[in-house]
Design a protein around this ligand. Structure first.
Ligand code: DGL
Length: 264
């Protein structure tokens, strides 16, 4: 298959932009396409079988149409569920995934108390449990599933008011005290959440390391592209964004322009 197409980023909404912005620092000349299945947002609540089917069907079309040279699934909820199935269905495509950063958290924690803040889907996944078993056996890992945070992150990013109390209600279960020790790392295991990290820092009951995997994912993309990466200025078409609900929203057009994307 031709692999001269763009690097395709995928998420259910605006969260994958936290990963795209890191990729742009490392790959400033690369050609990107951002695809959001916002018609399905939020996907954190979807039943697993339906969501897998939806993602597989969508990618049949995306890969046929765009022939991406690599795909970044910039979404924990999608990748922990459908990552293996996508790789099996498209063996010729290089996929870069997003999974909860449990391994680096387990390596860095001093207190041994880690929390994983994610969508309800991601905290339920067998994939997440296996990361804990493989890499964090010596830690106490608390899984905190939030129904609302992805949506609150989108509102915050769109400039709408989001109350501290609403955020605190979603994150307070992350903070655990046990035998004189406290949680010292919270894994941001949904790509929407780094947009709220500064708000979290202000309202947290005590300081913790909010672990955002975006930079590590961008570095993995650089490794995967290898000598296929564009390293000099080139005249590729503008970087575009496709949203499955086909929104006609001038505010979204402006927001995406700030990330260097033209909304189709
Ligand atoms: N951004 C997605 C993730 O990383 C999830 C948002 C949603 O629930 O749709 O998990």
């Amino acid at each position: 298959m031709a692999d001269s197409g763009p690097v395709l980023f995928f998420d259910s909404g605006l969260g994958g932009l936290t990963v795209l912005r890191e990729a742009r620092y490392l790959l400033p000349y690369e050609h990107f396409l951002y695809v959001a299945d916002d018609a399905a947002f939020p996907i954190g609540r979807w039943p697993e079988a339906e969501l897998t089917d939806r993602i597989l069907v969508l990618f049949e079309e995306l890969i046929r149409e765009h022939r991406p040279k690599a795909v970044v699934i910039a979404c924990n909820t999608a990748f922990t569920l459908a990552g293996d199935a996508l790789r099996k269905a498209h063996p010729q495509v290089s996929f870069v995934g997003t999974v909860p950063a449990i391994k680096p958290a387990a390596e860095r924690t001093s207190s041994g108390l880690i929390s994983v803040l994610a969508t309800p889907g991601t905290v339920r996944r067998a994939y997440t449990k296996s990361l804990i078993d493989s890499f964090a056996g010596q830690c106490h890992v608390r899984l905190v599933g939030s129904d609302k945070l992805a949506d609150l992150a989108e509102r915050h990013l769109r400039g709408e008011a989001v109350a501290d109390a609403d955020l605190l209600a979603e994150i307070s279960d992350c903070f655990l005290e046990r035998e004189g020790r406290r949680t010292d790392i919270v894994v941001l295991a949904c790509t929407h959440y780094p947009f709220l990290a500064n708000r979290f820092r202000k309202i947290a009951p005590w300081p913790v390391d909010w672990l955002d995997p975006a930079e590590a994912i961008a570095r993995q993309l650089v490794r995967v592209l290898g000598d296929k990466a564009v390293t000099v200025p080139s005249d590729h078409p503008p970087d575009r964004a496709e949203f499955t609900s086909n929104p006609q929203d001038p505010a979204l057009v402006r927001l995406l322009a700030g990330f260097g994307l033209v909304l189709d």
